[in-house]
Design a protein around this ligand. Structure first.
Ligand SMILES: [Zn+2]
Ligand SMILES: [Zn+2]
Length: 243
């Protein structure tokens, strides 16, 4: 009955693809058309072992670190992303993040699930969403990383979401800054949430929406490592590549 009602509603007020705005009468996703989904690019198997930077299938294989990892000391063991950051995934994230896009969370998680390597990577872990400062969360009403993690938690995969970190400093948005300034901007921005106690050898995965330079996630991992955690990893919905 409920299904029939929602089908009738969809007919009168058709849902639209959040990217190209075409009406959705039949699609595998609630707010994304199949054509736009087809433009999403999943990472190849030729990744930087540390941060998951995608060298692309065409480039030569071998154990190697990417330019990002050669430049920076990362405090996580490894990081993986569900998709590459391209035109479509960028638009999805922007709509999810800035335009009351909470309703897009289940679609984003469904996309994440298509990447089985990624799902294996985060399985049996505690997901730690990168926290927003309360001031920013107040205006945006939700923390996109936390919402995405909590929606994933409802899928049948063995993960648990715990807010192990708190943001203690209000920082300028990283997108406004040059890569060289991003590290300083994030310094001392986080601390442990003292209310939560879990074993120090728990597999942790710090979770965020996008990886660019990695400064934000790295600062989170640094705090967790200082506290004594020994199995620290990280994951994002999307990450930048060279093209
Ligand atoms: Zn579309
Ligand atoms: Zn790397």
């Amino acid at each position: 009955m409920k299904k029939l009602f929602s089908a009738i509603l969809d007919y009168i007020f058709p849902r639209r693809c959040c990217v190209c705005r075409q009406c959705l009468f039949s699609s595998n996703y609630r707010y994304l058309c199949d054509q736009c989904f087809g433009k999403i690019i999943f990472p190849s198997h030729n990744l930087c072992q540390k941060c998951g930077y995608d060298f692309g299938e065409a480039s030569s294989r071998g154990p190697k670190l990417c330019p990002r990892c050669l430049e920076k000391k990362f405090y996580f063991q490894s990081l993986r992303s569900a998709v590459r950051l391209n035109g479509i995934s960028r638009q999805l994230i922007l709509r999810f993040k800035y335009r009351n896009g909470e309703h897009l969370a289940p679609d984003l998680c469904k996309i994440i699930q298509q990447n089985t390597d990624f799902m294996d990577f985060i399985a049996d872990s505690v997901l730690v969403p990168v926290p927003l400062h309360w001031r920013r969360q107040f205006f945006r009403e939700y923390n996109q990383s936390e919402l995405l993690a909590k929606t994933l938690e409802k899928f049948p995969i063995p993960i648990q979401v715990l807010p192990l970190l708190k943001r203690i400093r209000y920082t300028r948005p990283q997108v406004e800054l040059h890569a060289s300034e991003r590290h300083d901007n994030m310094r001392h921005a986080f601390r442990m949430n003292a209310k939560i106690k879990i074993p120090l050898d728990t597999k942790l995965v710090v979770f965020d929406d996008v990886l660019t330079t990695g400064s934000t996630i790295n600062e989170c991992c640094k705090v967790l490592q200082k506290y004594g955690f020994s199995n620290i990893n990280a994951a994002t919905f999307a990450q930048t590549t060279k093209d």
